[in-house]
Design a protein around this ligand. Structure first.
Ligand code: GLV
Length: 309
């Protein structure tokens, strides 16, 4: 027997079960807690893992992440032969690209400044710049970074990209590796973080990085809370090194009550909604991958477990 087990949101599970039954008749798609014989489960769909769940599935072959990222899954629980696949689907990429464009345009057109002016009863027009006079830097040039660039570039922004290894992205001038990091940061008015969270990138949004950006630049973190050193952001905002920050992801989530980010006038906090897996579209990515697996073809989004992304 080969069965698929869906865990997490029950409504999504029921929808996916129905769609998989229609599109791939005969597929044994089960929704937790109706696991049946755990020895049948070869494929697991999950946002997070528990040791009990992993230990109960002796024949697991592939873990499909619900999310674009996999860092929220404790992969050390999985035997080394289990393959791990991140979610690549149009719902996540489109919502993320929209959010990044919204945040970049808001910063570009000084919306935070005008909201504060309005609240204070001030009529205070500022110089108006064109997008072409503003540089947006995107760190992380995977699916989501590239989709965001594809939205930013037609708006007219000057777009730069940075990633660990060299890639070319239409619409952006790309920088690579540690050697080119400072040259990238030194030009960026609005920095977008879309890196995967790994041991190398944890805490990368820190005092040193902020100091390398032009004074008065702004930050959009839509990757993971673990990328950001929260105290360093507060210091950079309070000193004027950074002007504003859109923060969609935090560590922990949710932030505790009374956390300084909630009330900070220069921080725009959203509850991890920038890029969201949409159950209506993601199921088709899953089905396409199941078909590839049955045909012995490479899967879209399989990660290198050694590298972590
Ligand atoms: C959300 O953050 C995801 O990884 O899809």
């Amino acid at each position: 027997m080969t069965a698929i087990l869906h865990t997490g949101d029950a409504e999504r599970g029921a929808l996916w079960q129905e769609i998989v039954a229609r599109e791939m008749p005969g597929t044994d798609f089960r929704c937790w807690p109706d696991v049946g014989d755990p020895a049948d489960i070869r494929y697991l769909i999950a946002w997070t893992l528990t040791p009990e769940l992993v230990a109960s599935l002796p024949n697991l072959e592939i873990l499909f992440s619900i999310g674009a990222g996999v860092d929220q899954l404790d992969l050390s629980l999985l035997p080394p032969h289990v393959r791990v696949v991140r979610m690549i689907e149009s719902g996540i990429t489109n919502t993320m690209a929209e959010f990044v464009a919204m945040a970049a345009l808001s910063l570009h057109r000084d919306l935070p400044f005008y909201i504060a002016s309005q609240r204070a009863g001030r009529w205070d027009p500022q110089d108006v710049l064109l997008c072409s006079e503003r540089t947006v830097g995107v760190m992380g040039l995977g699916e989501l970074g590239r989709a965001s660039i594809a939205r930013l570039s037609p708006l007219g922004f000057r777009v730069l990209g940075w990633s660990r290894s060299r890639v070319e992205v239409p619409g952006a001038t790309c920088f690579a590796g540690q050697d080119e990091f400072d040259a990238f940061l030194g030009q960026v008015d609005i920095l977008v973080c879309l890196l995967p969270l790994t041991d190398d990138t944890r805490g990368i949004l820190c005092r040193d990085l902020f100091a390398k950006m032009p004074r008065g630049a702004s930050l959009i973190n839509v990757a993971r809370g673990g990328h950001l050193v929260q105290d360093d952001l507060l210091t950079a905002l309070d000193s004027g090194q950074l002007l504003y920050a859109f923060v969609d992801v935090t560590d922990p989530e949710p932030l505790p009550d009374a956390h300084p980010f909630y009330g900070h006038p220069a921080i725009f906090l959203t509850p991890h909604i920038a890029g969201v897996t949409r159950k209506e579209t993601a199921v088709h990515s899953l089905i396409a991958n199941l078909r590839r697996e049955l045909a012995g073809e490479p899967l879209a989004g399989e990660i290198d477990r050694g590298r972590g992304y």
